[in-house]
Design a protein around this ligand. Structure first.
Ligand SMILES: CC(C)(COP(=O)(O)OP(=O)(O)OC[C@H]1O[C@@H](n2cnc3c(N)ncnc32)[C@H](O)[C@@H]1OP(=O)(O)O)[C@@H](O)C(=O)NCCC(=O)NCCS
Length: 265
């Protein structure tokens, strides 16, 4: 019998076994990260005591964000994915959220059908850009004078999110995650950029700038927080084809496109 339950700290080996099904380019998150950031908002699908799937969600201020969804290869097509998604929806609703979203590859037919069947729709495309070396960002322009890069105080998070188009709650959420660095760009009173570096991926998500010409300033502000042993970095341009084209012209390589699906809960 299939049962969906809250994850336990001891589920880490099953999580690490199932994570590669997402075909991410990086290794599974460490056990320390699982314990500190993920276990509390992960659901496990259990069949006769064996974990056959998991869903890791991130409840933000207004939106429940499904970050990972996996059904074990031997258990697909029997309702595991749907049971996890429906349970996540219940959990998000229980937290007072009214919308949910996720990213999916446009060729992932099974996932697209599942998400459409629970009322989600595509709202934009994201492009993953890969810089083989941080040194490549030196080719980017400095950015207009008057734009200042720096930190954002906790009581400024919601204004920075609204100004830059980052999902509400994202900057606040990052404060609770060990190792993340957030930087913003300011033009007078207005925030014109925001990015969060996860040095272990290594990647910057979200990466929002009011114009592509500001990308260099945001990347330079985050570079000091990179891991010295990892030369490359990935940036996700969300709903921003001109930013993606600008970064490709500066030497980044396009790695992947995903669709943002979103819907009412
Ligand atoms: C996507 C995934 C989670 C679906 O899990 P699943 O347990 O096989 O899905 P379910 O059996 O619950 O099916 C739910 C719905 O998905 C769709 N679906 C599932 N398998 C499908 C397939 N092979 N072809 C087309 N649609 C399919 C159907 O709409 C199905 O509903 P239905 O049975 O009422 O027709 C699973 O394929 C998986 O883990 N894939 C690898 C990781 C991944 O891609 N995750 C999603 C990242 S966005």
């Amino acid at each position: 019998m299939l049962r969906v339950r809250a994850a336990l700290p001891t589920d880490y080996p099953d999580f690490a076994r199932l994570f590669p099904e997402l075909t991410a380019e990086h290794a599974p998150p460490s056990e320390a990260r699982w314990l500190a950031e993920m276990v509390a908002t992960t659901l496990i699908a259990d069949e006769e005591g064996a974990a056959v799937g998991y869903l890791y969600g991130q409840p933000l201020a207004q939106v429940g964000y499904i970050r990972h969804l996996v059904a074990a290869p031997g258990a697909r097509g029997r309702g595991v994915g749907r049971a996890l998604v429906l349970a996540a929806g219940e959990s998000f609703r229980g937290r007072g959220l009214s919308r949910w979203c996720l990213n999916v590859r446009p060729d992932n037919v099974a996932a697209l059908r599942l998400y459409a069947s629970v009322g989600m729709k595509p709202i934009f495309e994201s492009v993953f850009l890969h810089f083989a070396d941080w040194a490549r960002i030196d080719a980017l322009p400095e950015g207009p004078p008057g734009v200042i890069a720096g930190t954002c105080a906790p009581d400024e998070d919601s204004r920075a999110e609204a100004d830059t188009g980052v999902l509400a709650g994202t900057l606040t959420d990052a404060r609770a995650r060990p190792g993340r660095t957030a930087r913003v760009l300011r033009d007078g009173e207005r925030f014109v950029g925001a990015g969060i570096l996860d040095p272990d991926v290594p990647g910057i998500t979200p990466f929002e700038v009011a114009t592509p010409a500001l990308a260099g300033a945001l990347l330079r502000a985050l570079r000091p927080f990179r891991r010295a042993d990892l030369a490359h970095v990935e940036v996700r341009a969300e709903a921003n084809p001109s930013l993606a084209a600008f970064l490709v012209a500066a030497g980044a390589t396009e790695r992947l496109r995903t669709l943002r699906y979103e819907g009412a809960l």
